[in-house]
Design a protein around this ligand. Structure first.
Ligand code: TXA
Ligand code: MG
Length: 315
């Protein structure tokens, strides 16, 4: 069924069929995941991958995450190792992405992996994306559904705001529960977190006996652009609003409520704060504020991922 936006569809059997037909034709559409909404296309199709890069205005050197239904489908495309199996067993399907060596026989379009000999793989848990992955005969390349360097979308209307009618189908899947992108962990050698997420390094360390590489050694994520997750207005990590057209992002119960104050989590829950981060930043921008100030967010657990995104948004 269609709603006020001509290309946003609520999910049902008919839309499932329409979605699969469209993906089979090499088209790009937007699908919900538990982290953020994605821009999905057939990872084996050069035509589809080219369209994704073009739509997002994404630099060619920034590789895409390839989404699979299960292990059986992955073996043809990636070389699996013990650390991968340990984390897969514990966290999948879920908000974590693994960097693995690409299988030489893989049919994944080389453009999707930016011609690297590695591949980023993820098994999303949202039931809509799983029902689609189960029925198609190829994995989905799926970056976040935003123009490169913008905020990631956490509901169907956010995706519409980014791409308007350039997408034939945006599937409505409700607000993304996690609200920030998956944790990216490199497992090609000594495990290393390339992008922090809701699943923290502390959590991952419980299952890998091996220590993580030290931060500061050369980061291998080609697309980890310094400026990213930008709401389109300046973000300042220190200081407080100086006028009413400055918004203040706050966290916890010690703040009074004011019209230009936006609380990530009144009860001081970092998971809730992460889930609200992009939603609140987009809302602030759309209300016409000229600048965003942010209070200090505790740098532990999901706080590490929140601070990573805020840091990049402030560049
Ligand atoms: O939660 C998510 O991961 C979402 C949803 C839609 O699944 N997707 C997402 O994709 O965040 P994207 O394209 O916005 O971010 C992919 C990240 C980039 O930082 C990219 O550089 C990194 O994964 N990446 C992809 N392939 C890589 C590789 N072979 N080696 C290192 N980093 C890689
Ligand atoms: Mg992204």
């Amino acid at each position: 069924m269609k709603n006020i936006y001509s290309n946003i569809y609520s999910f049902n059997e008919k839309v499932l069929k329409k979605t699969i037909k469209s993906l089979n034709l090499g088209n790009i559409l937007s699908l919900p995941t538990e982290t953020v909404y994605g821009l999905a296309g057939n990872a084996y199709s050069e035509k589809a991958i080219k369209k994704i890069f073009k739509l997002k205005k994404r630099p060619k050197k920034n590789p895409l995450i390839i989404h699979f239904f299960n292990l059986k489908n992955l073996k043809k495309d990636a070389i699996l190792n013990n650390n991968f199996f340990k984390l897969y067993k514990k966290f999948c399907p879920g908000p974590i992405t693994f960097i693995l060596k690409k299988n030489e026989r893989s049919k994944i379009c080389p453009l999707a992996t930016a011609n690297l000999d590695t591949i980023a793989v993820r098994f999303p848990s949202h039931k809509i994306i799983r029902s689609i992955l189960k029925l198609i005969k190829f994995p989905l390349a799926m970056p976040s559904a935003n123009i490169s360097s913008n905020l990631s979308p956490v509901n169907a209307a956010d995706v519409y705001e980014e791409f308007k009618n350039k997408l034939e189908i945006i599937v409505e899947g409700g607000k993304s529960k996690i609200g920030i992108e998956s944790t990216v962990v490199d497992l090609t050698s000594k495990p290393k977190i390339l992008r922090p997420g809701i699943i923290s390094s502390k959590e991952i360390k419980k299952y890998l006996k091996i220590n993580f590489s030290k931060a500061g050694s050369k980061v291998k994520s080609p697309g980890m652009l310094k400026k990213h997750y930008s709401p389109g207005i300046p973000v300042r990590l220190h200081g407080k609003p100086k006028s009413l057209n400055h918004a203040y992002i706050i966290f916890g119960k010690k703040y009074k409520s004011k019209p230009n104050y936006f609380n990530l989590s009144k009860k001081g829950d970092l998971r809730e704060a992460a889930a609200n981060l992009y939603k609140i930043m987009r809302k602030i921008k759309n209300k016409g504020y000229k600048k965003i100030f942010v209070c200090k967010i505790p740098n532990l657990g999901p706080g590490i991922a929140i601070n990573d995104r805020l840091e990049r948004a402030s560049k």
